[in-house]
Design a protein around this ligand. Structure first.
Ligand code: AMP
Length: 214
């Protein structure tokens, strides 16, 4: 099953992508996680990406597309994958379609997790992340067992720079300008499925399973 996740930043697509990946035993490929891992490792890619990420801007396509196209051709992707945070622009989507065409392959689903803007800012300001293992939480909707501490590894949780209020509005503007057009793109490809992302985590996941197994 080859899936791309669509939705505004903070719509919950990362959380749902992880659950889908676990259920179907396929890799979860998050470009945001790849950039953050590179930054932590101090690679050139990580340092370049940081300049854009910290401003709520998109990392240029030329730094992004190639790494995803390489990643989806690795052995563990042969039964499918969930792409989370990619594509984020029409050129990225076109490159992905072309690369898959060359491999005689195609995506199965584009899942759009639909959440209105007014819910997003509130959600993102409550988001917390583990700087060590990358797990994410929400102080109201998906709180860790012990406040401020990662359930998985015990590290102190932080608010990511790009989840700070001043950056959130910028990310939403970028989403509307550059990423939202992908909804029409995948509608035209005939693989778009909309899911109501305002429901709680388990309800959203139940809707997703219904769509994937219909
Ligand atoms: P995310 O964790 O998916 O919200 O991504 C965090 C940040 O990484 C984004 O705000 C962008 O700066 C960058 N990023 C992640 N995926 C992409 C992509 N497909 N294209 C460009 N920039 C990206």
């Amino acid at each position: 099953m080859k899936i791309v996740m669509l939705g505004a930043p903070g719509a919950g697509k990362g959380t749902q992508a992880i659950k889908i990946a676990e259920k179907y035993n396929i890799p979860h490929i998050s470009t945001g996680d790849i950039f953050r891992a590179n930054l932590k490792a101090g690679t050139e890619l990580g340092l370049k990406a940081k300049v854009y990420m910290d401003q709520g801007l998109l990392v240029p396509d030329e730094l992004t597309t190639g790494l995803v196209v390489d990643r989806i051709q690795q052995e563990d992707c042969k039964n499918g994958y969930v792409l989370d945070g990619f594509p984020r622009t029409i050129p990225q989507a076109e490159c992905l379609t072309a690369a898959l065409n060359d491999l005689n392959d195609a995506l199965d689903f584009a899942l759009n997790i639909d959440v209105p803007d007014e819910n997003i800012v509130n959600r993102m300001s409550g988001r917390r992340a583990c700087p060590k293992c990358g797990a994410t939480y929400h102080i109201a909707y998906a709180a860790p067992k012990k406040e401020g501490i990662c359930d998985s590894c015990g590290e102190t949780l932080i608010q990511r720079d790009d989840d700070k209020p001043e950056t959130v509005q910028k990310r939403l503007d970028v989403y509307h300008a550059q990423t939202q057009p992908l909804i029409d793109y995948y509608e035209n490809e005939g693989i778009l499925k909309n899911v109501d992302g305002t429901k709680n985590l388990d309800e959203v996941f139940a809707q997703i399973i219904e769509v994937l197994e219909a």
